[in-house]
Design a protein around this ligand. Sequence first.
Ligand code: GLN
Length: 231
Amino acid sequence: SSTAHAEKTYQIGTDVTYPPFEFANKDNQYVGIDIDLLKAIAKEENFKVAIKPVGFNAAVQSLQSGQLDGVMAGMAMTDERKVKFDFSDPYYKTGFVMAVAKDSKITKLEQLRGKRVAIKTGTAAGEYAMSLKDKYGFTTVTFDDSDNMYNDVVNGNSVACFEDIPVMQYAIKTGTALKIVTKPAQGGYYGFAVMKGQNQELLKKFNAGLAKIKKNGEYQKIVDRYLSSKT
Ligand code: GLN
């Protein structure tokens, strides 16, 4: 952490709207657990970040094509992704759930036969739904962002969607007219991603900063900022 050299600015891709991890607040500022964690880590480790809210799938694609240095977007560290990307230490726990309209009678996968399910492009929860499609006989429709996916279910065009539990719980708490009907499946963790074998310095700084903010209480303060009783 030498201050003699100019701080490097890393280009970090993220989702457009994935509360409580990243979203624009009332003042049109980009905030959320991921954004605040990244900023706190960057401050701790003396580097700068330029946050690019391009959407989840676009961020992952841009990272792969070398247009970004990293992705911080509630990105699950799946085995499939570990082939292409190097991940930081885990920073948040997740799992996939199925959500349906508030007044829906659907409570299980068996009731999806012949029905349409909304999923989000390039997401782990979407992949999970795809893996169940043949067995349970449903069709899928894809959306690039979570809001449009939820709306397709709220409007009755699809009967269910698959999303990560902390994100689905937050959306419901903040007014999305859906309900969660399954227990979280395939639990895993979110991590910060870089291209395999590249930006190892950034990854090391991220891990060092994450450890520091976990120890000094800043990590918990950030999580509580979004997930305490207020909202
Ligand atoms: N958590 C999901 C994944 O890892 C989706 C992330 C997102 O939509 N921002 O695929």
